[in-house]
Design a protein around this ligand. Structure first.
Ligand SMILES: Cc1cc2nc3c(=O)[nH]c(=O)nc-3n(C[C@H](O)[C@H](O)[C@H](O)COP(=O)(O)OP(=O)(O)OC[C@H]3O[C@@H](n4cnc5c(N)ncnc54)[C@H](O)[C@@H]3O)c2cc1C
Length: 458
């Protein structure tokens, strides 16, 4: 099996590089290897009835398969250099924004035409944040919603499937350097490509580390974000979410001067489990379809933890905290803010007596037994700071789910073409450590595809 380009991973990074390659150079022979299933076969067995919690499937239907980790996400494509990755450090700010806008056009063309773009530009809310020691980060965001995001992916798959070879349920085990390119092996078969684009996302982070070791590609790693997912009645944040949909608000704590930020806001959404390498953490999403909207809004409050020498395993630190919550709660723990403040665990009864109906079936417990004091203090300070711009945020019945961990892949050393120290071997998307979002990952895919096409033409 010989190809011009082999793509490893069919998340947004892989999909958008495939899209751009066939668009700009349709004669290229391309193979896409994906650890998970094709889109329509992706089905998480948790049905809330027979299967109530994660059963650790061989490949996680939520994280793996066509569409990647983003397939059932809220589909928020943020166009900004302020968060979501550091692609601009490699390709420049202007280019990064242009590529994110290009990705947006494609999403609109392939099913997102009726969705809305929100923007912080000119928002009066910026001043209100400033007056309360909060910073609102600048961004435009296209909210596709979980349902339309799926439609866009379906349309892109239909477009691509006859123009290249897709190999599903075939995790690449090994990447080798051969004469004139790269050989990938899946255990079932081998394929050779002149160029190889690796886009394995967060779920492929451990595998990516092994590849970097095998091929002597330098890496670095030093960050993990740890926190909780907050669930409140949607009305409390409505004045903000109606205008901006998603607002990224940053607070600097008085006690430790740590940065706490809001992340992944889901108005009228649901809280969900996320499984990363067998560790169950929490996440959230929402639907465009009005019939699927809930009365709650959820978002994460995360504290960034940077480590310096000699400690290198920031993800290991995050995993240990998540494991502790899994050990105590059998999965995700939920606690009322009032119970946390009173130093007592939440119970099923206390949650039931509260005014906020949880959208995730989590175990009532005590997050102070899980989260390090410094992180917990930061989250509590942030809740009170947000209460000033959204009164009701610090109510006793506000629900906190833990833990939410944002793992960062180790950063792969790449040049301005997102190429490794081996010519023709590119690493893009979240698996590179450069991006942490749908828009940045997709943009990195387009960028590398354009680079490859230009090389053929030069
Ligand atoms: C529940 C949830 C909600 C989210 N919501 C948002 C949001 O609203 N907005 C936003 O910007 N971001 C969101 N994110 C993050 C976003 O999904 C990621 O940033 C994005 O998907 C990264 O794209 P990627 O292509 O780099 O990696 P991924 O999407 O992770 O795709 C990588 C693919 O590679 C495959 N793979 C891994 N290892 C191998 C291997 N060895 N061989 C072959 N294939 C392999 C995986 O199966 C996967 O399909 C969310 C994430 C989750 C989990």
């Amino acid at each position: 099996m010989k190809y011009d380009v082999i793509i490893v991973g069919a998340g947004p990074g892989g999909i958008f590089s495939a899209y751009e390659l066939v668009k700009k150079k349709p004669d290229l022979k391309i193979a896409v290897f994906e650890a998970g299933n094709e889109l329509k076969k992706r089905k998480c067995p948790i049905d809330g009835d027979k299967v109530k919690s994660c059963i650790n499937c061989k490949t996680c239907a939520i994280m793996n398969g066509f569409g990647g980790a983003g397939a059932f996400s809220d589909g928020k494509y943020n166009i900004t250099n302020d968060f979501g990755g550091t692609l601009y450090e490699y390709i420049g700010k202007e280019k990064a924004i242009k590529l994110m806008e290009y990705v947006d056009q494609i999403n609109v063309e392939y099913g997102g035409q009726d969705t809305k773009m929100f923007s912080t530009a000119g928002s009066s809310f910026k001043k209100v944040c400033m007056q309360n020691k909060l910073t609102l980060l600048e961004a435009s965001v296209r909210h596709l919603g979980t349902d339309i995001n799926y439609v866009v992916l379906e349309n892109l798959y239909n477009l691509l499937k006859d123009k290249m070879d897709f190999f599903f349920n075939e995790p690449v085990q090994k990447v080798e350097i051969i004469d004139g390119g790269y050989r990938v092996s899946t255990g079932k078969q081998q394929a050779e490509g002149t160029k190889c684009i690796i886009s394995v996302g967060r779920s492929g982070s451990k595998w990516m580390e092994d590849v970097c070791k095998d091929l002597a590609i330098p890496t670095k790693s030093n960050r993990v974000d740890i926190g909780v997912r907050v669930e409140i009645p949607a009305v409390i944040f409505e004045h903000i979410t109606d205008e901006l949909y998603e607002s990224k608000i940053v607070y600097r704590t008085e006690k430790f001067e740590d940065k706490v930020r809001t992340f992944c806001m889901n108005p009228h959404g649901i809280v969900v489990n996320e499984n990363t390498n067998g560790i169950v953490t929490v996440n959230g999403h929402s639907f465009e379809d009005p019939s699927k909207k809930t009365n709650n809004t959820n978002f994460a409050l995360l504290v960034a933890k940077h480590f310096s020498e000699p400690f290198k395993d920031s993800n290991g630190y995050g995993e240990s905290i998540a494991r502790l919550s899994n050990m105590l709660g059998g999965g995700v723990i939920v606690q009322r803010f009032g119970d946390l403040e009173r130093g007592r665990r939440s119970t099923k009864q206390r949650i039931e007596e509260g005014t906020v109906r949880p959208t995730l079936n989590a175990t009532p417990g005590d997050l102070s037994l899980v989260l390090p004091k410094r992180i917990l203090d930061g989250i509590i300070e942030m809740i009170y700071a947000l209460d000033k711009i959204a009164p009701g945020m610090a109510n006793d019945d506000t629900l906190l789910y833990g833990v939410e961990v944002k793992f960062y892949n180790m950063e792969v050393e790449l040049d301005e073409n997102l190429e490794t120290n081996h010519k023709g071997l590119y690493v893009i998307g979240d698996g590179s450590g450069v991006t942490h979002s749908l828009s940045h990952a997709s943009a990195s895919g387009v960028y590398v595809a354009d680079h490859i096409v230009n090389e053929y033409h030069s």
